[in-house]
Design a protein around this ligand. Sequence first.
Ligand code: SF4
Length: 364
Amino acid sequence: MERGEAKSKKAGGPPRLCCICNERRPVLKRPKTLQQICRECFYEVFEEEIHQAIVNNGLFKSGERVAIGASGGKDSTVLAYVLSELNRRYSYGLDLFLLSIDEGITGYRDDSLETVKRNELQYGLPLQILSYKDLYGWTMDDIVKMIGLKNNCTFCGVFRRQALDRGAALLKVDKLVTGHNADDIAETVLLNILRGDIARLSRCTSITTGEDGPIPRCKPFKYTYEKEIVIYPFCCFKSSLDYFSTECIYSPNAYRGFAREFIKDLERLRPRAILDIIKSGEDFRIATTTKMPEQGTCERCGYISSQKWCKACVLLDGLNRGLPKMGIGRARGGGVNGGDHKKETKAGSTVKTLESKQCGSLDF
Ligand code: SF4
């Protein structure tokens, strides 16, 4: 006799049932709603909410080629699996690909890429891997050797963003999807408020960004809680999901880590807090007087840039000249309307310091 049943019997009532199907025994309390539900209903409701986010926001059109940014971690692995399932089930008509970036981090990315290679076979999705070494001539191991563990994620985040766009262009895809989940977005909202970076604040809550850039990026997990992504593989009957869960050896876990902890505390008190923070970010409006940078192209590499050189070229130039700090900087001050936190470099470009997510970056 199970504990719930024993309790119900003791109380003299019938055993408690799943509050969605009202038929089976509940096996978990859903983190997002605190409903007691069975495994089957969790599985269904998890996938259905992602399908609704895709349909309600018109993320894809039939016939589109879509690259899934795949790191081998839980978010992108679950995304690859769920998106291929939904594509089949609801006939989205998408051509899906896996796109991975090899930052050149020994003992971390080399292992996680092995997971992505297995995913390629498991899900039957073609895989493209691009490396920092090939694109920029530097691995993250080389960069950390030169600059140490401060600002390493700034280099990595800027290079990754561009590498993903280059990979997407190579695959000739129409969209790039990433596994950023609701917790990630809430954290980013909070960080952008703390920095007074209102221009980023309005963009970071959008489910699709970069429509004016080379490849639009979508976040089908915008409303999906991280805890549910963790639970999903255990409820998923059709496949045992294979993912890599080690943190990057260069993760500084600094400012973003505090925001993450704060949000987890809020979530414990009130699970809706995550969705409410996202909603608050969405409801911010940029004043019409705020000057937004005009997009052009980098004089050096042709990548999209609002300055003479793109951020990656500025950073790369600093590395190649043995002056890696040249491209890193952060201006003091800045308020709600003027807080850009940028520093002008000799190359006439600007670079913001980025905080790392667990492995990721403020890459959206
Ligand atoms: Fe790159 Fe992420 Fe590692 Fe930072 S934590 S070095 S952004 S992989």
